[in-house]
Design a protein around this ligand. Structure first.
Ligand SMILES: [Cu+2]
Length: 135
């Protein structure tokens, strides 16, 4: 109970002072499969930061990807760092940047929530609560 309260307070402090996430969602997928997570990452502070990694307890591995058009083909490439400028936002969306969850440890069905943690060069971490959708 005490630990929970301390955590909640810390999370609220991070959200209001600097980095926050909204409109988070993930594509529904079977256990063992791969899926993508999308959201808008906002940096409300006057200090830029860099997203340096992602993790999730619901997948064997989690990585940042960027989709890009190559002629008529859509391709994805892993990204190891992504700048988040001061007082700006970065959109993770279909056909752009996304978090890839590889090897889901459970099925994600419409209405579920999946948690992803964003890790920043500054040492900060932001938790993403993504609602699962069947688009
Ligand atoms: Cu991908």
């Amino acid at each position: 109970m005490l630990a929970l309260t301390a955590c909640d307070r810390a999370a609220a402090g991070v959200a209001s002072s600097a980095l926050s996430v909204r409109a988070a969602w993930a594509r529904s997928a079977d256990s063992g499969a791969t899926t993508a997570v999308y959201f808008v990452l906002e940096n409300g502070s006057g200090v830029s930061d860099t997203l340096s990694g992602v993790s999730s307890g619901s997948a064997v591995s989690a990585t940042m990807h960027m989709s890009m058009q190559q002629g008529r083909m859509m391709q994805m490439a892993p990204v190891t760092s992504l700048p988040v400028p001061a007082e700006d936002s970065v959109s993770f969306q279909p056909l752009g940047a996304h978090v890839m969850l590889n090897g889901l440890t459970r099925a994600l069905v419409d209405g579920d929530t999946v948690l992803v943690t964003l890790h920043f060069v500054s040492g900060r971490a932001v938790e993403v609560r993504a609602g699962v959708r069947n688009p």
